[in-house]
Write a protein that binds this ligand. Structure first.
Ligand code: SAM
Length: 297
């Protein structure tokens, strides 16, 4: 299958996946592991913004806004917010959730890989949990660089391929694959059937994402990682897993251990578009940098 067809199929699958029925519409008010992690991630994004003293300085973009939870956060902090998402249903939901601040908020349907905004339009971009649903990173990251003003901040989160909680599964997989009892890993990502389409959800290796961002012209400020419960515990004892995960996250943030920002379920990175211009990386360079971005498994 040609890459273009794969990308079109992926986009259609993502649009359907995040349509009316998606749990993402109400995720922040639900019970369960995924809603818990979504709320934790929101908490740590807020913490990161506070740590970097990112305060209202004009226009912010909530890229891949989903139900608009981050748009609300930005509005509450005084930003003039533009939210966009490739799913019309999510845009409608974001308008319901964040549209109370009429003059300061607009939400539109737009693709992260081809943003309908002028260069240097935003002082802050949040791109939370979106890269997983793209086939590759370079176009979207190039677009974020283009629409971010020099000196502006980008906060990006991805699902971490090398998260500790996956270790037992990875080891078991390696063993079973070594014994040829299960098929080899595909480099593309976890595959999810959405109606007649196959959607890939990718996870990333933090160090490789950092390299892609650097090659695209961004300067890294800080990063952190959260979500340290083993998958087994999450399935068998979800409440215990939540408590454990929250406790470990909290302790890690205090202890400042080396590499603690590398092995949680989510990797959160804050970068800045430096005032001095640099060229965005070519797809070839990006491929080198991100080789190994893997599926969720
Ligand atoms: C996991 S949800 C996260 C939503 C929101 N950022 C949050 O954290 O609450 C991912 C969102 O990315 C959107 N998305 C996926 N691919 C996209 C693309 N190419 N352009 C714009 N949005 C996209 C989806 O429609 C979905 O709303």
């Amino acid at each position: 299958m040609s890459t273009d067809i794969q990308i079109d199929e992926q986009k259609e699958a993502v649009r359907l996946y995040f349509s009316d029925e998606t749990p993402w519409k109400t995720i922040y008010s639900e019970d369960g592991w995924n809603p818990f992690m979504a709320r934790q991630r929101l908490r740590y994004v807020i913490r990161l913004m506070d740590q970097l003293q990112i305060r209202s300085k004009g226009a912010a973009l909530d890229l891949g806004c989903g139900c608009g939870e981050y748009s609300r956060l930005l509005l509450d902090r005084g930003f003039k917010v533009t939210a966009c998402d490739s799913s019309e249903d999510m845009v409608i939901e974001a308008r319901k959730n964040a549209g109370y601040a009429n003059g300061s908020f607009q939400a539109i349907v737009a693709d992260a890989e081809s943003l309908p905004f002028a260069a240097e339009s935003f002082q802050l971009i949040l791109c939370i949990g979106v890269l997983a649903y793209l086939r590759k990173d370079n176009e979207a990251i190039g677009e974020m660089f283009r629409v971010l003003a020099p000196g502006g901040h980008l906060i990006l989160t991805v699902l971490n391929s090398v998260r500790l909680g996956r270790l037992p599964k990875l080891c078991a997989g390696k063993l079973l694959r070594g014994l040829k009892l299960i098929p080899p890993r595909t480099p593309t990502g976890a595959s999810i059937q959405v109606q007649e389409y196959e959607m890939v959800r990718r996870s990333h290796i933090p160090r490789q994402l950092d390299a892609t961002l650097r090659l695209s012209g961004f300067e890294k400020l800080t990063s952190l990682s959260l979500g340290y419960s083993p998958s087994l515990l999450i399935r068998k004892r979800p409440k215990t897993a939540q408590k454990l995960s929250a406790t470990v996250d909290k302790a890690f943030q205090k202890l400042h251990l080396p590499f603690q920002d590398r092995f949680g379920r989510y990797y959160i990175v804050a970068v800045r578009r430096s005032a001095s211009e640099q060229q965005a990386c070519s797809p070839g360079q990006e491929q080198q940098a991100t080789q190994g971005a893997r599926g969720q498994g």
